[in-house]
Design a protein around this ligand. Structure first.
Ligand code: SF4
Length: 373
């Protein structure tokens, strides 16, 4: 389903496109930069705050653009310092954006390392069997403005937490494009959004600290390798053989490992960066020692980092997280061969942190409310 907003989101405009729109009104070239400074550097929440713009220009901007196409419904904070934002779009669709804070020793929460996980679609068509986001299929793609606006909402939230640190908070530690949706299935929007996120007139966020995660759309991985952006790549592998991967990720039928792995290698050769292999450990599905050995071989061949993620239970799905002992045994096979590996201790387990669960729960509540009205 395609959504055409009544007004274009301002957060989807590049300096170039906004300059072109303003040129049509005979505005000087510097005006676009002034407006974008209000949005990204000063974080203006209304047109009236943009005091160095004339009143007629502010009126035109208000009639033409949506300053913030995404609104905050709830912010749910977990006891283990994960923050989950449930956001509503113009058509009332819901998406999730997650802030993961990792406190640094002795400096407290406000100086923690912060990773922001953003969504790129409402729902997902890829059908990975373990995933809450894909349960109801794909509703629609996000546009570039909605993708960027998630990060601005995170800025607003951070500003409210520690107002004096506003400028500093523009620099998160990492952005991961790993939330709801397959980002490479919404290719043009994600590239435009990340261009805005990266630009010094935008959020000014370094490309090397942005990681895009894909389930393995091979032609798009090859296309991404040719982009000048220079972001990092992660592959949602979750199976080290076609047999196992195909059971849980339908995308493997179209792009089996024999096609996927050379594409990943091509990306990593082109950019000279270590790719990450994401591997959700699911009990008795992909946590055998044979899978660990196969994963080790793949990682060694690609010089890839492996991120092991014990499965987060999703209501209504039968999959389970392996015991800690089993997780460690799996990880040891990789460690013993000097593969760079992280066994993640999941953040946000107590707030339905598995991608898509908060949205699903809220949508069910909405449907129940409508049915009982
Ligand atoms: S794991 Fe990612 S690609 Fe797979 S269904 Fe979920 S959101 Fe989509």
């Amino acid at each position: 389903m395609k959504f055409t907003p009544a007004k274009a989101p301002l957060t989807g405009e590049t300096l170039e496109t906004l300059t072109a729109r303003l040129a049509g009104r005979q505005e000087p070239a510097f005006r676009a930069k002034q407006i974008l400074d209000w949005v990204y550097k000063k974080r203006a929440r209304s047109w009236d705050e943009m005091t160095n713009l004339s009143k007629p220009l502010r009126t035109w901007l208000d009639e033409t653009f949506d300053l913030m196409p995404v609104s905050l419904i709830t912010g749910q904070q977990s006891t283990d310092v994960t923050d989950k934002l449930l956001l509503e779009l113009g058509d009332r669709s819901l998406i999730e954006t997650v802030i993961i804070r990792v406190p640094q020793e002795g400096v407290g929460l406000d100086h923690s390392r912060k990773t922001i996980c953003i969504s790129t679609q409402v729902g997902c068509a890829m059908g990975c069997v373990f995933c809450a986001s894909g349960l109801a299929g794909l509703k629609r793609n996000l546009n570039a403005g909605e993708i960027v606006a998630q990060l601005l909402q995170v800025c607003y939230r951070e500003d409210a937490r520690t107002p004096r640190a506003r400028q500093e908070l523009a620099s998160f530690d990492n952005i991961v494009v790993m939330g709801m949706g397959e980002p490479l299935a919404n290719y043009d929007a994600i590239i435009r959004a990340l261009t805005i996120v990266n630009a010094d007139w935008g959020l000014g966020f370094g490309a090397r600290r942005i990681t895009l995660s894909t389930s393995g759309l091979v032609p798009k991985i090859l296309q991404l390798a040719e982009e000048p952006l220079g972001i990092r790549l992660a592959i949602s592998l979750h199976g080290a053989t076609d047999e196992v991967r195909e059971q849980i990720m339908p995308v493997n039928k179209a792009y089996p490992l024999a096609k996927l792995l050379p594409a990943v290698k091509a990306f990593s050769d082109k950019h000279g960066r270590m790719v990450t292999l994401e591997f959700i450990l699911i009990e008795e599905v992909n946590d055998s020692l044979i899978q660990a050995e196969k994963l080790r071989d793949i990682a060694l061949d690609l010089h890839a980092h492996v991120n092991l993620i014990p499965y987060n239970t999703v209501e209504g799905l039968p999959w389970k997280r392996p015991s800690n002992t089993r997780q460690e045994r799996f990880a040891d096979i990789l460690r013993n061969s000097r593969v760079s590996v992280t066994l993640r201790r999941e953040k946000g387990h107590d707030i339905d942190a598995a991608c898509g669960q908060l949205r699903l729960k809220t949508e069910k509540d909405r449907e129940a409310a409508i049915a009982s009205a």
